[in-house]
Design a protein around this ligand. Sequence first.
Ligand code: OAD
Length: 250
Amino acid sequence: MTIQIEQARRLAAQSKRPVFFTGAGMSADSGIPTFRDALTGLWARYDPTELATGDAFARDPKLVWSFYEYRRDIVRRCAPNAGHRAIAAFERDGKQVAVVTQNVDGFHQLTGSSQVLCLHGNIMENRCHHGCAGVFPAIAAADPGGPVPPICQGCGRRSIRPNVVWFGETLDEDILLRAASAVHECDLMVVVGTSGVVYPAAGLADLALRIGKPFVEINPEPTSWSEKATLYLRGRASEIVPQILGDGEH
Ligand code: OAD
């Protein structure tokens, strides 16, 4: 075991209130494509302005809907990996863990993490964006030939959209505030698998550095935080996270 992994293990063991700030790299080993990795990233293959904005949905709802159905199918075929499981097990071991995630796959919740702040929503849900503002599970191919946008089962309007944050939209203020206060109160910030280029989410890691929290970053590629991190661990989430937290298989 390298010295750095050993140091990270010690920081994790000593912490009482760690925050895990996760991005697409957290689920990459589950088989879910990231956004910005060259060749395999979604935004390397598709134009986000055509697929992930409110304007795009208004212009071509069928195209946007099919992109989200495609991504939902991927999530349905994948499962959380050893990294998600290790974070959930760390909480079961008695740590007061907060997970702040940019991911929309719901994998942290699936493995049993109880405090998960989803900054960018949940792709496995739809919501009504007029009338009733209801949130509904996105059932597999509920009505493949049905109208798009689908009809809201709450208020009967054609007002259903994926429950995710699109480019140009603001994040839920309450979730962002709770995430910032988790960072303020934490005694260890672990940043896993994010390029750190999307704000305001990335500002939470900036905040942790600015207020001097012990900061561990796990990513196969360095980011703008890596040189400032207390420890930068170069590697994959599914391998490094269990190495520093334990694999939870006890
Ligand atoms: P990105 O695709 O921008 O970055 C993914 C990061 O994961 C990169 O830094 C990779 O080096 C790293 N990575 C790749 N494989 C990994 C692995 N096996 N283990 C650990 N890390 C790995 O994804 P995000 O930073 O999450 O927003 O992107 C932020 C936001 O941009 C997303 O939430 C999404 C997107 O547009 C919305 O949907 C609003």
